[in-house]
Design a protein around this ligand. Structure first.
Ligand code: FE2
Length: 329
C-alpha cells in the first residue's frame, strides 16, 4: 500500500509518500519533502502562511513523487493533517488532499497532528507503549495510551502557551537570529550565568507566561546569551520534572520525546538522563522527523486505514485534541 501524506497545520508544508508491504513489517518512508515559512520578527501571519503553502504546493508535491519514484495513479490513499492548527493553513491542506482523493478515487484519511507526532516516534524508535512528552510551538503535553478507553490520556499539559511559543517569544524579544527557539538554542550555547527565573510546575502541568513576563522585564544590560541559557534551562527543567512525576506514577518502561522542540539536544539530554535514572528506555525521532513533516501524517494515515480507524468527519478542526482520536492499532 502506498499512502501520500500532506502536512500544513502551521509554518511547514510537507508532502511524503510511505509504503507498507506486509502487516507487522516496518513502514518505509520513500520521500519526505517540505518547504517551511521562515520565522520573522512579527511572528506568523495566518494569511501569509496559507499564501506560502499555496505557492509551494505544486513543487513540493512533484519533488515528493519524484523522490519516491511513484506517480499519482500509483497511490492507494491520501492522508492530511486535520488539526489542531491555524485555520487558513489547515483548509489549504484539506483542499489539496480532498481534491486528490476525489480525482484519483482513493480514500481520504484525516489525521490528528499530535497523534502523528507520537506515531512517527513509536514507529522509528520501535517503542510499544511509551510515556510521551510532546513539545512544539502550540503544544506541551504529557500523555500515554489508555488501554481501556483506547484513546490517549493527557496527564499534564501547559496551562497557557506551548514550550515552543514561549521560546519563540524569547527569541523575538532578544532580537536573536533567527528570532525563534532556534535562535535561543544557539545563543544559550554561549551562555555562562544562570539567572533565577519563576519556575511554575503544578502537579504534572506547567505554565510559561509568568516566566516570559519576568524575562521581558529583565534589565537591558543582561547578556542575551545568559537570558537564553536561563530561559532554556528553567523551562526544560520544568517539563522534565513534570514528566518524571508522571513516569513515577505510571511506571512505564519507555519514554518518548516528540514534537518540533524535541530537536533541541539539551532537552534530549535532560529527558534522557531522567529516563536512565528510572531505567526507562528513551526514544526521540530523527531531526527530520521530529519537526512537522508529511511522513508522520502518511505513516499515521496508513495505520488508521489498516486498522479501520478513519473518522467520518473529514473536515479540518482547528482545536482538535490529542485524546479525540480512537487508537485501534
Ligand atoms: Fe507539530
Amino acid at each position: 500500500m502506498l499512502v501520500l501524506g500532506i502536512e500544513s497545520t502551521a509554518h511547514t508544508l510537507g508532502v511524503s509518500v510511505v509504503q507498507h508491504e506486509h502487516a507487522g513489517e516496518p513502514i518505509s518512508i520513500r520521500s519526505n519533502t517540505l518547504d517551511k515559512f521562515p520565522s520573522t520578527r512579527e511572528g506568523f501571519i495566518p494569511r501569509k502562511l496559507a499564501e506560502h503553502h499555496a505557492n509551494a504546493y505544486r513543487s513540493v508535491l512533484e519533488q515528493s513523487l519524484a523522490q519516491a519514484r511513484v506517480q499519482l495513479r500509483d497511490l492507494d490513499a491520501v492522508a492530511y493533517s486535520q488539526g489542531p492548527g491555524i485555520g487558513h493553513s489547515l483548509r489549504l491542506g484539506y483542499a489539496a488532499a480532498a481534491s486528490l482523493s476525489a480525482f484519483l478515487h482513493i480514500p481520504l484519511v484525516p489525521v490528528n497532528h499530535g497523534v502523528a507526532h507520537i506515531e512517527i516516534g513509536r514507529e522509528t524508535g520501535h517503542l510499544q507503549d511509551p510515556l510521551v512528552l510532546y513539545v512544539s510551538g502550540g503544544n506541551t503535553q504529557i500523555t500515554l495510551r489508555d488501554k481501556k478507553t483506547r484513546h490517549y490520556r493527557v496527564l499534564g499539559e501547559t496551562l497557557d502557551i506551548g514550550l515552543g511559543n514561549f521560546l519563540d517569544h524569547v527569541g523575538r524579544h532578544l532580537e536573536l537570529s533567527p528570532p525563534d527557539a532556534v535562535g535561543v538554542m544557539n545563543a544559550a550555547k554561549k551562555g555562562a550565568r544562570l539567572i533565577e527565573l519563576p519556575y511554575s510546575v503544578k502537579g504534572m502541568s506547567v505554565s510559561f507566561t509568568g516566566l516570559l513576563t519576568r524575562i521581558e522585564r529583565l534589565p537591558k544590560n543582561e547578556r542575551k546569551q545568559d537570558v537564553a541559557l536561563s530561559a532554556q534551562e528553567t523551562s526544560f527543567a520544568m517539563v522534565t520534572e513534570a514528566l518524571e512525576r508522571a513516569l513515577c506514577h505510571e511506571a512505564k518502561p519507555e519514554v518518548l520525546l516528540v514534537g518540533g522542540n524535541a530537536r533541541n539536544p539539551r532537552l534530549q539530554e535532560m529527558v534522557r538522563a531522567m529516563s536512565d535514572e528510572h531505567n526507562a528506555r528513551f526514544g526521540c525521532p530523527s531531526f527530520e522527523l521530529a519537526g512537522d513533516n508529511g511522513a508522520m501524517i502518511a505513516v499515521t494515515g496508513l495505520k488508521m486505514l489498516e486498522h479501520r480507524a478513519v473518522p467520518r468527519d473529514k473536515k479540518p478542526k482547528q482545536k482538535m485534541r490529542i485524546d479525540e482520536q480512537k487508537i485501534t492499532w
